[in-house]
Design a protein. Structure first.
Length: 193
């Protein structure tokens, strides 16, 4: 801010009296009683404990730092998978898992996928790192690569092109929302009709 603007701003503040109270009075809001808060907390904890049950922190098939990861669910068209593999879809969101423990990475990945679905994002990148310095090597990469195929929302994933992180990150293709599926059907119907 230039000094003339700052001086003008300070001049505007002259003569103002500071507020004596620095906290807001608590106002009861409907639906915010202790019982409803406890019920919502219990529901959220139940959802969180149920959702990641498939993503084990136990057994994992260890990959090497430079291994390429490739996964495609049945029904995903080859052309769509090729486009994903080549990095032709725009990256709509990115999750960087560097410096995460395995448990932190699992929680972050689940939250990220949930947020992407809520926002109706389809093509995202998950950065897990190569894990060349971790012991054992590529531990986080191995877990993330094993978890993604377990999630029903993930249609495909593949190691990124070198410019996007190479074997240290993954392109991930997420399923369409029901609204997006309906829009596609309507668009195809208008072409045919």
């Amino acid at each position: 801010m230039p000094s003339s603007e700052w001086s003008s701003f300070i001049g505007e503040l002259e003569g103002l009296t500071p507020l004596r109270q620095d906290t807001l009075a608590s106002v009861a809001r409907p639906g915010q009683d202790a019982a409803s808060l406890e019920a919502r907390r219990a529901a959220a904890e139940a959802e969180q404990s149920a959702a990641p049950a498939c993503l084990s922190l136990e057994n994992v098939t260890l990959l090497k730092p430079d291994d390429l990861v490739s996964y495609k669910k049945d029904g995903v068209q080859e052309g769509v998978f090729r486009k994903l593999r080549l990095g032709k879809y725009p990256c709509e969101a990115r999750l960087d898992l560097h410096n995460h423990t395995v448990a932190q990475a699992r929680a972050a990945l689940l939250g990220f996928i949930r947020d992407c679905l809520r926002l109706e994002l389809r093509s995202v990148v998950v950065v897990h790192g190569k894990g060349e310095r971790s012991r054992p090597q590529a531990l986080l990469k191995s877990y993330v690569s094993g978890w993604l195929p377990q999630l029903p929302e993930v249609l495909a994933c593949h190691s990124t092109q070198r410019a996007h992180g190479g074997s240290g990150s993954l392109y991930v293709l997420l399923r369409k929302s029901e609204r997006a599926k309906q829009e596609t059907r309507e668009r195809h119907q208008s072409r045919l009709g």
